[in-house]
Design a protein around this ligand. Structure first.
Ligand code: HEC
Length: 188
């Protein structure tokens, strides 16, 4: 019992420390900028992606995103091999390649870092609230023409194409489609 009493506070303390180091989640799609006043757009960070918050200045926060980019792609994904978009590159000089890795199929993925400024209000410490917003939108917009399809009907790499196609039918904007995609990819 003494063990539990020592370990539990230690775990709590370390998770608080991790929080203090600034892991945060995007609550919307947002432009990443090279300047702390939001000018010089370099790309778009996608909703529900985790970033590290490095500091703030006025209404802006400096963040860093680490992800995986298939060689030559304009998209950087949150994880290697999973088509969960974290960052869409506008300016290729905004990203820094760290290391090349091969997946089990022999495809090359470049671990990649992007750093810049976003409005502070686009950040939340609660990923769950973002995913819940995605679930609500899915339930509102994806069950009017047919019954809601089950979250586990397709895997994380198939849902993006389906939602792109259905999004046209449902009249959804890009940000709404991305939010629903992230919900479906995180639902299981
Ligand atoms: C305006 C009506 C409409 C809305 C809104 C709509 N769908 Fe559909 N959906 C269809 C029709 C029609 C089909 C069958 C024909 C097709 O695949 O286009 C379909 C088929 C599907 C299928 C089966 C596809 C397959 O290949 O098996 C899935 C999954 C699906 N929809 C998901 C969604 C999701 C997720 C949303 C919300 C983003 C959505 N739908 C919104 C009309 C709609």
């Amino acid at each position: 019992m003494r063990f539990i009493h020592t370990i539990l506070p230690l775990c709590l303390a370390s998770s608080l420390l991790w929080g203090a180091q600034g892991v945060a989640y995007l609550n919307q799609n947002v432009t990443l900028s090279a300047s702390s006043d939001g000018s010089k757009p370099t790309g778009e960070l996608i909703v529900a992606t985790s970033v590290r918050e490095l500091g703030t200045q006025g209404e802006f926060a400096e963040v860093e995103f680490l992800g995986y980019q298939p060689q030559g792609s304009q998209l950087v994904y949150e994880r290697m091999g999973v088509l969960m978009v974290g960052y869409e590159i506008i300016d290729p000089t905004s990203i820094q390649a760290i290391e090349e890795k091969k997946d089990e199929y022999g495809n090359v993925w470049v671990s990649t870092k992007a750093k810049g400024w976003i409005p502070k209000k686009a950040l939340t410490s609660e990923k769950k609230s973002v995913i819940t917003a995605g679930k609500n939108l899915f339930m509102e917009r994806c069950g009017s023409c047919h019954a809601l399809h089950s979250e586990d009907e397709f895997d994380a790499n198939v849902w993006p194409n389906i939602v792109e196609g259905m999004g046209e039918q449902a009249g959804l904007g890009k940000g709404e489609k991305d939010l629903i995609i992230k919900y479906l990819q995180n639902a299981r």
